[in-house]
Every structure is written in structure tokens, then in C-alpha cells.
Ligand binder design. Sequence first.
Ligand code: TDX
Length: 335
Amino acid sequence: MRCLVTGGAGFIGSNFVRFLLTRNLYDKVAVVDNLSYGGYLDNLNGVLSGIDFFQIDISDYSSLAKVFEEFRPDHVYHFAAQSHVDRSILNPGQFISSNIVGSFNLFELSRIYKTQKFIHVSTDEVYGSANPGESFLESSPLDPSSPYSASKAGSDLLALSYYKTFNFPVVITRSSNNYGPYQLPEKFIPLAITNLLEGKPVPIYGTGMNIRNWLYVEDNCEAILTVGLHGATGEIYNIGGLHECEIPNLELAKILCDLLGRSYSLLEFVKDRPAHDLRYSLDSSKIKKQLNWEAKTKLRDGLHKTVEWYSTNRPWWEKRKKELEEYYKQNYGNR
Ligand code: TDX
């Protein structure tokens, strides 16, 4: 069995490739990644010799077609995406080409080359903001708030249309906010940890009362693989963290200050993100009931491991932060 992982040099993708290789389930694993911002070959250090690597942009149909012709994957795990909400506010066009056109190219080629299973990795953001006490089911309406989440919702709908029209063997995962090693310091947790390590302020949007449900990336990898191997085609599976992992940003930032021995005075309230979803919350009972998967990692344990990783991998994030300087100026300059 041959498995293709798109976006395999990015945050969740590279964690997934490492996780997959320890399981020895596939005869061959290939990664497609354009190595633009977010994807770095050194995220795959130590496992590169065990995979085939193609530096391809998924929005480039003809280059992607050559990969399918050569590799002919039985399973495709599709992680490649533009994924940062703030960037989609600054520059929405890239989100359309990667998340919609890129996904379309992959659906088409997988259909032509008769891929046996296509795992489309999506997000809880497609449901929009949850009211207090509300948790979204897979059947909940899609109500995305940002160009990012709208592009993911669009590709989810396209995937489902391929299932209905062509009997395309797709299965969709919708995860809550991931965190852990190799996450780019543009997302909240790695930005907060690395700023605190540098003794710099942590920008808190609005009042810091927005709530997210945090899922340790290794738990997500295990869930996605479980769906890849045992999920029913045409189905969607929500993948949420433990209930205790659902907390307001300010509380989360205070835990990080405590873990790093930094003062709360480094937490700096800045202008809010436009259309900032107040709360994300998933009902993950379907994957628990049908595939016997549930998250394992408690928030404090996952944050502790993540803080450890960023503390011992300074060169990794210092290089990224240098490259992100222009973005930081653009995004935070006017707050
Ligand atoms: O500087 C910041 N200050 C701040 O208060 C940043 C970058 C974020 N925040 C807030 C916004 C959110 O409420 O922290 C929360 C988390 O922000 P992000 O890390 O940007 O994630 P979010 O917007 O919740 O989206 C994430 O979850 C779903 C991922 O980025 C998506 O890729 C995923 O699909």
C-alpha cells in the first residue's frame, strides 16, 4: 500500500509523517509540499530517508499529475493548506488557490488514478462561532467567519460532492485547535511561548475571553490515522480535545506564564481580530462511538511538553521568527 501525504513538511503534516512511520502500515510513504512559508524540509529531519519527497505546489495541476503518474497512491492524507486566519484577512487570494484550487486538483487526480481512500483534513472553524453551552456535531450547518474558514468549508463541500457524484472515497476530519512541536510562531501558543522565552510581550486580542478547545497534535495524528484506516467513506468526523482543554485565551496565556516563570505583566491586550469567533467547541462523540478514539492528552501535560520542545529547539523557531518579521509588522503594527 502506498500513501501520499500533502503538506507533509508543515506543522500537523510533519507530525503525522513521524507518527505514521513508527506504525509501519504502508509499504511506501511520499510527501508533497511546496516548502513555502510554513513547510520546511528540516521539519522532517530524521525521517526523510524513509520517504519520497516531491517539492510541488498543489495548485499546480500538471506537476501534481506527474506525482500521481509516478507514485500512484492508494491512500491520500491531505494536510496541505494555508491555515492562519490573520493571514487570510491580510491576503485572502492564497487561501483560494491552495485550499480550494489545490484541493480540487487533488480530488480530480485521486479520482483519475483511482485512489482507494482520500482523507481530507479540515477544521472546526467551518462551523463558525459556538454559543455558550453549544457544541457542534458533524451535521451542524457550516457558517465560516474568515476567508480561511470559508475556503476550508468550500473544499469540504467539494469533497462531499465528489463522494455523491463520483462515489469518490473521501472521508473528512474536522479537528479543534492543534498545538505541539513544529508549529509556526504565528499561531497563538507557539507565539506566546517563544515571546515569553524572549521576555517579549504576548499580544492578546480583544479581552482574551475567546475560547478555544486545544488538541495536542499527536492525539490529532492518531485520530486522523484511525479515520484513514477505519472511517467510513462519505463521512465526517469531528476530532476535539478533552473537555478540560476548552479555555479562554487569557487563562491559557497565564498557564504559559506560570510554566515559563514569567510575569502576567507581559500579557498585552491589543486590538481585536475582525470577525473573531468567540468560541469553538466540538461534539466528538461520533468518532468515540464508531472508531473508539478519544483525546488522551491533558492540557497541562501537552503544554508542558510543548514548552519543553520550544525551550530546547531555539534555533528552529529563531529562524522562523526572523522570516516572519515582515508579517508581524503587518499584522501587529496597527494594533
Ligand atoms: O497574537 C495572537 N493573539 C491572540 O489573542 C494570536 C495569533 C491569536 N490570538 C487568539 C485568536 C484566537 O482566539 O488566540 C486564539 C487562537 O488563535 P490562532 O492560533 O490564530 O488560531 P485560531 O484562529 O483559533 O485558528 C486555529 O484553529 C483552527 C488554526 O489557526 C486554524 O488553522 C485551525 O483550522
